[in-house]
Design a protein around this ligand. Structure first.
Ligand code: AHR
Length: 612
């Protein structure tokens, strides 16, 4: 028996012995990919839809087989399941954890040997290949916004609202933003916990405690099944006029979308499972394709009667083929990082059927908006923006939306409504800042006090703000660390040099650590330190972000101590996103790049074959 067949035969035995699922045939010799799947449970509707999606996507590929094990809501069993799947010799694991903290250690162990995709929820840290999941905070906020719309329509602005939920990770992580959104608007609310997120539980509870419904204006149930249970209870109690908002928004018989269409519930917020994306990325990962991100955050939608049918049609409509015209509003070439970013985009566009027009804004937001306006007037198929700063985009993005032109944000974020852009591709800047600070705390553990000089990137730019916030959030817990001076160096070499020059001119040198928001500013600072006989990397520790060739050379000379990578090679991921968009696929809300941390301990192989 060939080894592939042996894996499948072994998996089949275990699947039968453990009373769970799957496996197709052990005789199929065309199988090239065996993917082990460990699911938290098959009790909840969301998990069942996830399993169906995984299977449906896998069925599209002749050469893919899934081996699925059900942990039945028990983290100990899930740990054993992962070990068992590993012992079958699967090529890749997909894990949807029951309790992320409990299962993360075995995920980390598995990841030492094979790629692991984690679905739905993940712990901090990066012991996996790829995370795919929703933004629960955003879903909570969207549910809150829908509830506010309904209250306004019914002229019941103060509510009250009744929330039905269970004591689960997902419910709690949405609840915070949901309650904040409605209480900021002055809405009264009450939350009730159910033992299970089922239709029966919700219906029984409301029938047993009808007083919960007294004066209630809206019921928000944290899944569509509970929302349906609430609907049945209201019907039996003969109560009218209470609006119901659910969550999940599945298509098909009995799904949330159909319930909205039929007027059984008033609205739902979609919560995608990521099953199809997981299988697609699994194949790319096994095939060692380039540009695999670290995190895919899926988009959720507010669905009401007025958009439910257009939402369903929209999800399926491929756009016209032929050369795709893309207008890209870039930032000026202020750093080697950006030169690499521009090169990667141009090269990837050449390899795709894409007519790329790239404009540079020379550090002016007004100029950048003008370029976007021009792209709208030229009726580009897609507009790509690396936004210089995060604020000020509302009006122009509304214009792009009115013209039906999708907007992709790349490398930098903006701070407006997620509905005004199609996807963001780039780094998690806060995580970069946290990584810088974690290294600092480790390295200075024996110092009684740590004085920090911060070299900030362009004020108002999302990498500058994110890195600052992430860094400060970690050092906030340590009284020894203090940022004694912080100034903006605009992400360029001269800017970094000038901050150090000014600081030296203002008095003596009392700095233990320089935290530079990018390599260019760190390199500028190093030149001035050397001119002033202060040894960079020794007299003062230097932490920087990007990972450009010059910075890594400085790191290996001991002049920089820690470089947190920020990957500029986003071209392939951008072209893949454009291709998916043209095929009518929905893009993730955020595609977060894979990045590493360089220190003096980093193995030699990681310095080889770098492209920037
Ligand atoms: O937007 C990414 C940041 O901007 C990079 O860290 C920096 O080098 C760039 O210019």
């Amino acid at each position: 028996m060939k080894w592939r067949e042996q894996i499948l035969a072994a998996a089949l035995c275990v699947a039968v012995l453990t009373g769970c699922l799957y496996v197709r045939t052990a005789r199929d010799t065309s199988i090239r990919y065996v993917i082990g799947v460990s699911l938290a449970n098959l009790r909840e509707q969301w998990r069942l839809v996830l399993k169906n999606e995984l299977e449906a996507e896998a069925a599209r590929y002749e050469s893919v087989r899934l081996v699925i094990l059900d942990a039945a809501g028990d983290s100990r069993k899930q740990t054993e399941d992962v070990e068992r799947l590993m012992s079958f010799g699967v090529d890749l694991l997909i894990v949807s954890p029951e309790d992320v903290e409990a299962v993360m250690p075995v995920i980390g162990k598995a990841h030492e040997h094979i790629p692991v995709i984690v679905l739905d929820r993940v712990a901090e840290g990066f012991d996996y290949s790829l995370f795919i999941g929703p933004d629960n905070g955003l879903i909570g906020r969207q549910a809150g916004e829908v509830v506010l719309e309904l209250l306004r329509e019914d002229k019941k602005e103060k509510g009250p609202v009744l929330e039905l939920k269970t004591d689960s990770f997902a419910n709690e992580s949405r609840s915070g933003d949901f309650l904040k959104t409605i209480s900021d608007a002055g809405v009264k609310h009450r939350s009730v916990y159910l033992p299970d997120a089922t239709r029966d539980c919700a219906e029984d509870l409301l029938l047993a405690r009808p007083e919960l419904l007294k004066d209630t204006a809206v019921i928000f149930a944290q899944n569509d099944l509970m929302a349906y249970g609430a609907h049945l209870a209201l019907e039996k109690l003969g109560i009218q006029g209470i609006r119901i908002v659910g969550l999940d928004g599945f298509s098909g018989e009995g799904g949330g979308l159909q319930m909205v269409e039929a007027g059984i519930i008033d609205a739902t917020v979609t919560c995608p499972t990521g099953g199809s994306e997981a299988v697609r990325y699994a194949i790319d990962i096994i095939n060692k394709e380039s540009g695999i991100p670290k995190q895919i955050i899926l988009r959720s939608h507010k669905i009401r009667t007025d958009n439910v049918s257009s939402y369903q049609k929209e999800s399926e409509r491929p756009r016209e083929r032929g050369t795709v015209r893309v207008g890209y509003a870039q930032i000026e070439e202020e750093s080697n990082w950006r030169k690499a970013s521009i090169g990667s985009t141009r090269e990837a566009a050449r390899g795709a059927d894409i007519d790329l027009v790239m404009e540079f804004n020379v550090l002016s937001i007004e100029k950048q908006k003008e370029q976007v306006r021009k792209f709208i007037a030229e009726d580009m198929d897609v507009i790509v923006i690396s936004p210089l700063v995060a604020e000020g985009w509302q009006e122009i993005l509304e214009a792009a939306r009115a013209a039906h032109i999708p907007v992709l944000l790349i490398d930098r974020m903006i701070s407006i409504d997620e509905e005004l852009y199609t996807s963001y591709i780039g780094a998690d800047f806060e995580e970069e800042g946290r990584r810088c600070a974690r290294w600092l705390l480790q390295q200075t553990a024996d110092m009684p006090a740590v004085s920090i000089l911060e070299l900030r990137g362009t004020d108002g730019a999302s990498p500058a703000q994110g890195r600052k916030d992430g860094f400060e959030s970690v050092i906030a817990g340590d009284d020894r660390c203090r940022i004694v001076h912080s100034a903006c160096g605009d992400f360029n070499r001269e800017g970094g040099a000038q901050i150090v020059r000014d600081y030296l001119a203002a008095g003596g040198w009392d700095i233990d650590v320089i935290f530079a928001h990018n390599d260019e500013m760190a390199l500028g600072a190093i030149e001035v330190l050397k001119e002033n006989k202060i040894q960079p990397g020794v007299d003062v520790k230097i932490i920087s972000v990007d990972g450009t060739a010059d910075a890594l050379t400085a790191l290996r000379k001991g002049e920089i101590n820690c470089v947190v990578e920020c990957n500029p090679l986003l071209g392939p991921e951008l072209m893949k996103a454009i291709a998916d968009l043209m095929q009518g696929k929905e893009l993730p809300l955020r595609i977060i790049t894979d990045e590493m941390v360089f220190t003096e301990d980093t193995e030699e192989m990681y310095f080889r074959n770098r492209k920037y």
